[in-house]
Design a protein around this ligand. Structure first.
Ligand code: FE2
Length: 499
């Protein structure tokens, strides 16, 4: 290929299965990971600490010392005690009471009337960007962070109703507490629900989120096929459980692309990894930018970023006679453009040779975007950037099993490299803000996808975690002027059968 590499803007929608798989593997939903089993000098700042079971990091430490049924965790090591003291002594009695109630009545969880999402699920909503004129030097303080822990064993009489089953009682409690829970979610960014019976299986998990009036939507990269719909009627995606990806560390990311972002998400554990690992990684985007060096933050904010989500090495072009190289390269760009299905709406640009490794490497690259956004409701500035997941520099220094076609990278807005010292600093800050949560069966992490980032550590053995994404909360999930998209997981099904 002679001359400057051509580029073409496409709304990458499908391409061949391999390219789609690459997009999947490299996309935002494929978040990165952290700290735990990460190796290499830039990944050494993982937080640890004795804490509430399965939770580590500052919040976990606070939770372990808390005496509340709802431990509100804050940055200043403040624990808001909601219930009474004597937590540990009461847990055994509470658990026994729950077992008795389990035996008292079978669940009559009202799932029969719940909507079947198998053939109709709303699209993931458009990303709400409010990224202009953020005052880096005067960021508002972060006074409350997450995760808030709500433990069923510590809710006392609230869940004592012997006339109903555990699940019915819990669902009634969720419904009654809905407004308070959603307000807590806004304050803390994430809530960990523990020891509830309802969320042990997909049907109960559906009943849980339905009781909170959360309205499901498609994953922002649904058609890329990284995750299959494990339970279509309940809009439950399988999380990244594939054995081939067990030793791949999923770094911090928001579930978003430049154009689509889920509003809320709920992760659920149906089975922890039976040979260990797989901790959920959670980080507060507001805390991250407040913790970051202002010069680094200002540079990356000013320069903006662009995320490359796949590499297609068309090396055969290099073996062609010179007079055919450029024409062939352009022809393949056009071919990809023509085979793109509009349903895969990532709004990518196809560019040759960006990473300088190969002039015939065709990369699918998102448009320039700000690494900082403001929360659409609270206005709080947040780190809204998937660089911790997608940076090639970081991926090459920690467990990564993604094939080259799915490798990602992050550049400046002008497609030049980001200084590695800045990437290393961003990594350090991200990792020291990670809360590591070893989820147990039935645990749910409800998160505000604009406020917090998530990922997962490597694991061994089999696991089954799942996730549902939500567009909104409230009784009416039909937005004015919009019609519901018809779920089309054609590419999703193909890819999940082939990789
Ligand atoms: Fe994700």
């Amino acid at each position: 290929m002679a001359g400057s590499p051509p580029s073409s803007r496409v709304a990458l929608a499908g391409v061949a299965a391999g390219a789609a798989a690459a997009a999947v593997l490299g996309s935002a939903a494929f978040a990165v990971g952290p700290a735990g089993s990460a190796t290499g000098p830039v990944l050494s700042s993982r937080l640890r600490g004795a804490a509430a079971p399965g939770v580590s990091g500052p919040a976990a430490n606070e939770a372990s010392s808390g005496s509340s049924s709802v431990a509100a965790l804050s940055l200043g090591s403040v624990v808001v005690a909601v219930a009474v003291a004597g937590r540990k002594q009461r847990v055994g009695a509470k658990r026994a009471a729950k077992v008795a109630r389990q035996q008292a009545a079978s669940s009559s969880v009202a799932t029969a009337t719940l909507k079947d999402f198998s053939n109709s699920l709303p699209e993931c909503p458009a990303t709400i960007w409010k990224a202009d004129n953020i005052d880096i030097d005067n960021l508002p303080p972060v006074t409350t962070t997450g995760p808030l822990i709500i433990d069923a064993l510590e809710l006392g009489d609230a869940l004592q109703n012997n006339s109903n089953s555990n699940k019915d009682t819990e669902l009634q409690w969720f419904k009654a507490q809905r407004s308070k829970i959603m307000a807590q979610l806004q304050d803390h960014g994430a809530i960990l629900f523990r020891n509830f019976d309802t969320t042990q299986d997909a049907t109960g998990f559906r009943a849980f989120y339905d009781s909170l009036e959360l309205n499901p939507c498609l994953d922002p990269i649904h058609t890329s096929g990284l995750r299959k719909m494990e339970h279509k009627k309940d809009a439950v995606y399988e999380a990244v459980n594939k054995p081939s990806l067990a030793q791949h560390l999923v770094g911090l990311h928001n579930e978003s692309t430049c154009v689509k972002t889920a509003t809320y998400g709920a992760f659920v554990c149906f089975k922890p990894a039976d040979e260990g690992g797989g901790e959920f990684l959670l980080a507060d985007g507001a805390a991250i930018i407040n913790d970051m060096d202002k010069d680094v933050l200002r540079r990356v904010y000013t320069d903006k970023i662009r995320i490359s989500v796949s590499n297609l090495d068309l090396n055969f072009i290099g073996a062609l006679p010179d007079e055919y190289k450029e024409k062939t390269a352009s022809w393949f760009q056009d071919l990809i453009l023509k085979t793109v299905a509009p349903k895969f709406d990532m709004d990518l640009e196809m560019i040759y040779g960006t990473d300088k490794s190969n002039p015939y490497r065709l990369q699918a690259i998102e448009h320039a975007q700000s690494p900082i956004n403001t929360h659409p409701v609270t206005g709080q500035p947040v780190w809204f950037c998937n660089i911790h997941n997608h940076s090639r520099y970081l991926r090459d220094r920690r467990p990564c099993t993604v094939p080259e076609v799915g490798m990602t990278d992050v550049y400046k807005g002008d497609l030049s490299p980001i200084d590695y010292n800045d990437v290393a600093h961003i990594n350090t800050v991200c990792e020291r803000n990670i809360k590591r949560i070893l989820m147990q069966k039935g645990d749910v992490i409800l998160l505000d996808n604009y406020r917090v980032l998530h990922g997962r550590d490597v694991f061994k053995g089999e696991r089954m975690h799942a996730v549902t994404w939500f567009e909104s909360c409230g009784k009416d999930n039909v937005r004015a002027g919009e019609t519901k998209a018809k779920t089309d997981d054609f590419m999703n099904s193909i890819i999940n059968k082939t990789i």
